[in-house]
Design a protein around this ligand. Structure first.
Ligand SMILES: *[C@@H]1O[C@H](CO)[C@@H](O)[C@H](O)[C@H]1NC(C)=O
Ligand SMILES: *[C@@H]1O[C@H](CO)[C@@H](O)[C@H](O)[C@H]1NC(C)=O
Ligand SMILES: *[C@@H]1O[C@H](CO)[C@@H](O)[C@H](O)[C@H]1NC(C)=O
Length: 619
């Protein structure tokens, strides 16, 4: 009898100790069920909490059972931190998570929106506006795969990308994060998700998160929905339209993303007809989860629940209640996590937030963590370190730069019979000028090393001036002057000039702009140079800018968008080693008072229509 009882006790302990959820041979759903029933409310709410690395530590992750950590744009463990420093940091949080009662790993997320852009030395690809102009979804898929490797190479499993906004107004400071103004174009570019996460097999159920192995990452389609449709392009503002238009113009790319198994979706700061998306239960739960069958998790944007009220955080209880009940699963708090946890705990205890809503959120978060293999391989794979800024990735970025360039003008001015492009590699003496000609930071734009981006040698790469010097013959003298005056240019024996000018870097609200003019320093340079020399102007910008009347002064004009770290791609095309293939992802307006103006609109009267882009063979 005693033996029997002992055996029984042993079986019970062994049974309970079996920890089904840790057994990778079990189905994901069985593992979730097993794990969820073991979790306390405290542990569940911890999973729903995403905090910033600045307030995170091994101890905090362990104490609160934090489910998720991120770094905001520009937040790094050290200046110019090497890949292994990032890995040490992420692994440290992971050690905290693994030492909790149930050992649920954290998922670390990062804004890798044009390459792994927070990390010094990573490959920086053109921003999406340029990739959209390439019209090459397969290229974009390859960029997704290369970016996934670089993100994993720093120990991170989760990228807040892609942005599948359909930007309908270039006055918006995030317009460059959009692949273009046309829904079909954006839909085609969702193929980047297959690069980031891998391509699911045909049998994979639509809507179910998919991550195809340890060199892939969890992707995040953002920002649901209507972020690119706000009034006057004001960031985080109001998208005023019919439900039908919202679906047709802005929501359609989410159907593609969901069909591909995108694992997470980020909610937009913006409102739809006056209702904040973060409070919009109908669109978030009824449409996205129930009708579209999305089974991954929904994440809020940075402090976005705070901004449900105006002023922000006027009533944080209301913010937490409304966003969680709207159906958001993971909250990017990111700093005030104790307050968030206390408030959400109170709301569940009072019944204002149901236990089933919490279970839905945690089920989805665990589903993504299991799909990503985090329970099996929570730590960084140090063998990948050399992937950050790898040579083959830089080659890929260079190809992307070549394909994203849009040739807007190529003429024979000043009595010459030949178009200025392609440029001669053997001219004896040429001038390279302009604020953006020799500035890596400016050619990368916002979301590069820091949130807003910056100027100068902010990371590793090739400036356009360096690229030109690499390309011309040894006997060609390349003179570089950032802001030459008219006297500098005259009678110096220059064969031609390359003028590279454009916008200063910006991100999000700081980039909102109602005049869309070329900064005056650039105009001065165009005037000083092009009045006495044949010139090609390369415009570095996150969107079309007002070109009239300056365009008449130029022999050729190239929209290079925000090309990123591999400036060599610009020289590859200017000097004719490759022809232009880019077709503008945006309508080039004449005047800002025409905005918003998009392809298909009534009274469409652009300077260059959507899809415009010449080759050098064309006259
Ligand atoms: C939109 O912007 C205007 C002007 O800045 C502001 O007054 C308004 O509150 C904003 N609306 C929303 C929904 O954010
Ligand atoms: C804050 O919001 C909560 C939840 O909606 C509500 O119960 C409470 O009365 C609000 N507080 C104030 C001061 O308005
Ligand atoms: C255009 O708008 C931007 C952003 O508001 C501002 O910084 C700039 O000075 C304006 N330029 C002109 C010429 O008005």
């Amino acid at each position: 009898m005693a033996l029997l009882l002992a055996l029984l006790a042993f079986l019970l302990v062994a049974g309970d100790g079996q920890m089904l959820y840790k057994d990778s041979r079990q189905s994901i759903e069985a593992r979730i069920k097993d794990l969820l029933r073991r979790m306390t409310l405290e542990e569940k709410i911890g999973q729903m909490t995403q905090i910033e690395r600045a307030v995170a530590s091994q101890a905090v992750v362990r104490q609160y059972g934090i489910g998720d950590v991120l770094n905001g744009g520009g937040s790094a463990p050290a200046e110019r931190a090497a890949p292994n420093v990032w890995e040490d940091m992420v692994d440290d949080y992971q050690i905290g998570a693994m030492s909790t009662r149930l050992g649920i790993p954290v998922i670390y997320g990062v804004d890798a929106v044009h390459g792994h852009n927070n990390v010094y030395g990573a490959t920086i690809y053109p921003h999406n506006i340029g990739l959209g102009s390439s019209r090459d979804p397969e290229l974009v898929r390859r960029i997704g795969a290369a970016t996934a490797l670089e993100v994993r190479a720093t120990g991170m499993p989760y990228a807040f990308a892609p942005c599948i906004a359909v930007c309908r107004d270039p006055r918006w400071g995030r317009c460059y994060e959009s692949y273009g103004e046309d829904t079909q174009l954006v839909r085609s570019m969702t193929k980047i998700i297959q690069g980031l996460q891998g391509s699911p097999p045909p049998s994979h159920p639509s809507g179910y998160p998919y991550v195809g192995g340890p060199s892939k990452v969890v992707a995040c389609a953002k920002h649901f929905v209507g972020d690119g449709g706000t009034v006057k392009g004001i960031d985080e503002n109001n998208t005023v339209t019919t439900y039908r238009q919202l679906v047709q113009v802005h929501m359609a790319p989410y159907l593609d993303a969901i069909a591909m198994g995108v694992s997470t979706i980020m909610i937009s700061y913006s409102s739809f007809n006056g209702i904040k998306m973060h409070a919009n239960r109908f669109l978030v739960t009824e449409v996205l989860k129930n009708r579209l069958g999305f089974q991954g998790f929904l994440i809020s944007d940075w402090e976005a629940i705070d901004r449900i009220t105006d002023p922000p955080k006027q009533n944080y209880t209301y913010s937490v209640l409304t966003s969680v009940n709207a159906g958001i699963d993971m909250i990017m708090v990111p700093f005030d996590y104790q307050n968030f946890i206390n408030i959400l705990t109170g709301l569940v205890k009072s019944g204002a937030v149901s236990q089933s809503r919490i279970d839905d959120a945690v089920t989805r978060i665990l589903r993504v963590k299991f799909a990503a293999g985090l329970f099996e391989a929570p730590k960084a794979n140090r063998k990948l370190n050399n992937k950050v800024g790898a040579e083959d990735h830089r080659e890929l970025a260079r190809e992307a730069v070549r394909k994203s360039l849009v040739l807007l003008k190529n003429s024979a001015r000043s009595g010459s019979s030949k178009n200025i492009l392609p440029l001669s590699k053997t001219a004896p003496k040429i001038l390279v000028a302009g604020t953006h000609a020799d500035d890596l930071g400016l050619q990368c734009g916002g979301w590069t090393i820091t949130w807003q981006g910056g100027s100068g040698q902010t990371t590793i790469g090739t400036t356009i001036r360096q690229a030109i010097a690499n390309t011309v013959s040894q006997s060609t003298q390349v003179v570089y002057e950032q802001s030459p005056d008219a006297n500098f240019v005259k009678d110096k024996g220059f064969s031609y000039a390359v003028v590279v000018i454009g916008e200063q870097p910006y991100a999000e609200i700081a980039g909102d702009n109602l005049n869309l003019t070329i900064p005056s320093q650039g105009i001065d340079t165009i005037r000083n140079v092009c009045s006495s020399l044949r010139c090609v102007v390369v415009l570095i910008s996150g969107r079309p800018l007002v070109l009239e009347p300056h365009i008449d002064m130029m022999d050729a004009l190239v929209a290079a968008w925000l090309p990123g770290s591999e400036g060599q791609g610009v020289a590859d095309v200017l000097f004719g080693d490759h022809d232009f293939v880019g077709k503008s992802s945006r309508t080039w307006f004449k005047r800002v008072d025409q905005l918003p103006m998009n392809v298909g609109d009534m009274g469409y009267d652009p300077l260059f229509p959507y899809g415009f882009g010449m080759t050098m063979r064309q006259q």
